[in-house]
Design a protein around this ligand. Structure first.
Ligand SMILES: NC(=O)c1ccc[n+]([C@@H]2O[C@H](COP(=O)([O-])OP(=O)(O)OC[C@H]3O[C@@H](n4cnc5c(N)ncnc54)[C@H](O)[C@@H]3O)[C@@H](O)[C@H]2O)c1
Length: 255
């Protein structure tokens, strides 16, 4: 198994890609600390993992809140004794996020608090444990929207994901000498609750996006989680500071 004996913290574990990741990582032998701000959702994920014979524990956590992150990270290490992988997957994409000229400051700040401060805080409280162990893998979820412009803007979300990429590179250089790798994944549009709520109900918006997608379909959570599995495993020992674009080719599409 590819993650045998590894302890993996996965944020945003209650839905979408985080939920699928908990199942895949556990099937590959990981002990999973599943963190989410919605207790019912996180607990449901853990129940599914356990029903499949895997090992997982739910820890309530709002990644935007320092005390909450400190408590959850300490509880995860307490439960499993170590921390090998931090999969910073939690993120939000509110419908009220548009262009800079019509986005409220409160919306901008909330997106930054979850998508950027959340990763900062999880790293702040996970890296010291990884330093003690002399190894670790940090996986930060950015987005394809950080790489290309879009005529239907979500400027807070886009800026937040650009920050995730920049922070990932800084972490990669700072901590690799101590055995800690950091990489970012840029998923393209993936069929998860986040996307289906925002886009897939609007047929015109859906069609225009699919017409740009050379693979002819939206992504599935597994498409991204398989990349994260590689980054979590020792197979990626020499992959550091990488920005892996898993998008079906949409960002390569000029016309
Ligand atoms: N779905 C896509 O098309 C897509 C594309 C590119 C990037 N992404 C990114 O992938 C990641 C996962 O997205 P998804 O589509 O699976 O989303 P999702 O909405 O289905 O799941 C996100 C999870 O994060 C949790 N969460 C939200 N705020 C939190 C907080 N403050 N603290 C802890 N948990 C919190 C939610 O409760 C939920 O369980 C996000 O970072 C998202 O920005 C998604």
């Amino acid at each position: 198994m590819r993650l045998q004996d590894k302890v993996c913290v996965i944020t945003g574990a209650g839905s979408g890609m985080g939920r699928v990741a908990c199942g895949v990582f556990a099937r590959e032998g990981a002990r999973v600390a599943a963190l989410d701000v919605v207790p019912d959702a996180g607990a449901r994920t853990v129940a599914e993992v356990r029903a499949g014979g895997g090992e997982a524990t739910f820890f309530p956590c709002d990644v935007a809140d320092e005390q909450s992150v400190r408590t959850a990270m300490a509880a995860a290490v307490d439960r499993y004794g170590k921390l090998d992988v931090l999969y910073n997957n939690a993120g939000i994409m509110p419908a009220e996020d548009h262009s800079v000229i019509d986005t409220a400051v409160a919306v901008w700040d909330r997106v930054m608090a979850v998508n950027v401060r959340g990763i900062f805080l999880c790293c702040k409280y996970a890296i010291p444990q990884m330093q003690r162990q002399g190894r670790g893998s940090i996986i930060n979820v950015a987005s394809f929207v950080a790489l290309v412009g879009c005529s239907v803007p979500q400027d807070a979300y886009t800026a937040s994901k650009g920050a995730v990429i920049a922070l990932t590179k800084s972490l990669a250089i700072q901590f690799r000498p101590q055995g800690i790798r950091s990489n970012a994944i840029c998923p393209g549009p993936i069929e998860t609750p986040m996307m289906t709520e925002w886009l897939l109900k609007d047929e015109a918006a859906r069609d225009v996006r699919l017409s740009r997608q050379p693979s002819g379909r939206f992504g599935r959570p597994e498409d991204v989680v398989n990349c994260a599995l590689y980054l979590a495993s020792d197979e990626s020992d020499w992959t550091n500071g990488a920005v892996l674009v898993i998008d079906g080719g949409i960002t390569s599409n000029y016309f």
